[in-house]
Ligand binder design. Sequence first.
Ligand code: IPM
Ligand code: MG
Length: 446
Amino acid sequence: MKKTKKRKKTRTARKSKKMKKMKKVKKMKKVMKAKKKMKRVMKVKKKALKPIDNATEHFAGLVDQQLKRVERMKKAEGWIDYGKLKPIIIGIIGGDGIGPYITAEAQRVLELLLKDEVTRGKVEFRVIEGLTIEKRSAVMKPIPDDVLKEIKMCHVTLKGPTTTPKKGDPWPNIESANVAVRKELDLFANVRPVRVPSQGLDWMFFRENTEGAYALGPYGVEVTGDLAIDFTAVTKQGCERIIRLAFEYAKKNAINRVTAVTKANVIKTTDGLFLKSFYKIAKEYPSVNADDWFIDIMTAKLVDLKRRTEFKVMVLPNLYGDILTDEAAEFQGGVGTAGSANIGKRYAMFEAIHGSAPRMVKEGRAQYADPSSVIRAGAMLLNHIGYQELGRKLERALDICGQYEKKLVMTGRSTGSTGRDFCDYILQTMADSDLEKRWIEYQQAS
Ligand code: IPM
Ligand code: MG
């Protein structure tokens, strides 16, 4: 009896010990499971945080870079005086595709017009090679270092079109050479005239050239596979200097209206600053009327035959300027007929506003490319460095050949004239001592 009791007791003790142990194991398993779950949550959280951290870090870098640019703008020197330079160095940059063909024609015109200046050592020409898509792709830079060095050794440059790759092109997606040169040389004003006298159109566009959507165009972030963000940046200094240039131009040329074009009702912060700066600067020019339009309705007004002749000088942020000037150039005969000046206080670059047309080269038609746009840019170069008389002569000849007389016509194919023949036609026209008279007669007749 006693024995059975004792056995029973040990059995119960063993059982409770086992139970205790099991409970302990169960508890431990629970803790482990919780820990594992926690680890998993942390991992997910960390993964989610990483893109935000990366994007924040990237953004901080951009802010820092832009603040430094503001400081550089504050310290910038005054305008260069070409009258005091000897020699004024003019760089000729062929660029890509049809660029070298049409730029060679423009160089021929400039060298002829400035022959005496070259002889007396006042002007020097330099040809800059290597701003080609092949070389830019090889060094993976929008401007190869040696080319940039050469560009900076010139006071002004005449540039042919350069290929701008986009995502999916056979070229690496490097920044546009145009945009990079504008930023690198701080060419803040993109000045683009459009004139169609027969339709009463005489517009001058002052497109901001270093800020807005273009300032950080290549520096957007793909936060995740689902989210991409680009940045746009403007500065008070950047807005004021382009707006002031537009008003100065109006004042100098007795033009009584300057119009700002923005989308400040939607893009409130950056376009807002542009517009605020516009009305602030306008107060310094009481003789000039200032008004503003939104880009959408302005695009429509340019095709409104009644209203469009009222616009004179327009000043706009970078991207709107890019778009509106292509539209405007179309009324003049297309982008192939317009020239573009990129002006900074220290440097200036003049270029055609059309692209490099690689297809024309591929199809063996490069010699039929129209050199008018880059030659017109050459006329703007002459005006800018102090040879207004020569610049005007060239512009008159371009108007007569391209818009009025049209003895030779360019079609971009063998059905039309070659660029070389068209350039000869311009040179012959320019040599006519009655050029001004002829131009006035054409103007009156139209
Ligand atoms: C222009 C061109 C350039 C621009 C391109 C080629 C990057 O369209 O000069 O208008 O967008 O500024
Ligand atoms: Mg453009």
